[in-house]
Design a protein around this ligand. Structure first.
Ligand code: HXC
Length: 297
């Protein structure tokens, strides 16, 4: 879809870049010429991801362990990265989530998610953004959200609340930092199966990807399938690349139209067959005929 050098010269930090969506976006950025930094809580996972991507595609993937809940540690690490040269992009991908009835959540359970998604994402965004402001350096920030920033979602309330806050951050900082060439957008992915998310959000299917794909085909994704990692990578690459800087402050869903399906009163009719539609037509026609016969004017 893109020239393989579309991100050449860009230095991008991907939080949670050692696994799941973060690793796939890192792979995509490297394939398109970027130098990428990845951070996360497990050094061995980061190292393995960096080695794997560099052995497949060449390029440079740097890694450092970081828990984004720790604001002091973020300051130190981001300072180190900028000492090697300013970043050009930040992908706020690190997140925590698990499915639970809200009444079963302890304060610690709520905080476990909010401290990563809500607080941690803000800490790292501000640590990078304020350095861009000081240096007069332009940058692009992309946060990975979920479509429940628009709809809310039962059973993942701390995530829905926290990601909604980051949605507000995206719009707020796009305005506050826009005059300095810093843009912020977010991506709200639909079902892109990854081991970490599926183990915590769909424990009934675990990481069995074939089951997940079948679920998506049977369920409410109008495109009838789960997302492909390259589709997500292409969107993230587009938002990181030069050429469309006027696009800022937006949250873009990439979900095969899944979330708007719930908003259409008649969405469930997508599964109707020809004979269902014929039956509907004849019922409506019958009703119209009866109505016509009763008309006196
Ligand atoms: C109820 C739970 C729980 C569960 C943990 N807790 N799991 N409560 N049901 N299933 C409670 C614990 O009992 C404890 O509270 C508190 O949460 C903290 O638990 P810890 O295990 O000590 O937390 P911690 O080690 O900080 O781990 C954070 C985590 C963990 C969020 C709980 O799952 C994690 O590290 N996740 C990172 C990766 C991840 O979640 N990836 C999926 C992201 S998917 P008490 O009161 O007992 O002390 C995503 C959106 C996907 O973000 C969108 C798809 C469409």
């Amino acid at each position: 879809m893109f020239d393989k050098n579309v991100l050449k010269g860009k230095r991008i930090l991907v939080t949670g870049g050692g696994s799941g969506l973060g690793k796939e976006m890192t792979r995509h950025f490297v394939k398109h010429g970027a130098e990428v930094y990845i951070c996360g809580r497990r050094e061995n996972v980061l190292k393995d991801a960096a080695d794997e991507i560099m052995s497949e595609h060449g390029g440079k993937v740097n890694y450092f362990p970081l828990d984004i809940r720790d604001a002091m540690s973020i300051e130190e690490n981001i300072e180190n990265v900028f000492n090697e040269g300013p970043l050009d992009g930040l992908v706020n991908n690190a997140a925590g989530n698990f499915i639970s009835r809200t009444k079963d959540l302890s304060p610690n359970g709520f905080n476990a998610i909010a401290s990563i998604v809500f607080h941690g994402t803000f800490y790292i965004t501000n640590a990078v953004g304020k350095r861009w402001l000081e240096l007069g350096h332009k940058g692009s920030i992309v946060s990975i959200l979920a479509t429940w920033v628009w709809t809310g979602s039962p059973f993942v309330v701390p995530s829905a609340m926290s990601k909604s806050g980051i949605n507000a951050m995206t719009k707020s900082l796009a305005v506050e930092w826009g005059p300095h060439g810093i843009r912020l957008n977010s991506i709200a992915p639909g079902p892109f199966p990854t081991e970490g998310a599926w183990a915590r959000l769909m424990p009934q299917t675990g990481d069995k990807k074939s089951d997940i794909s079948e679920d998506a085909e049977r369920s409410n994704v109008p495109l009838g399938r789960v997302g492909k990692m390259d589709e997500l990578g292409n969107l993230a690459t587009f938002l990181m690349a030069d050429g469309c800087e006027y696009l800022t402050g937006q949250t873009i869903a990439i979900d095969g139209a899944q979330y708007i399906t719930g908003g259409g009163t008649f969405s469930m009719m997508s599964s109707f067959k020809d004979e269902d539609w014929e039956a509907i037509k004849s019922t409506i026609k019958g009703s119209n005929e009866k109505d016509k016969k009763q008309r006196t004017v």
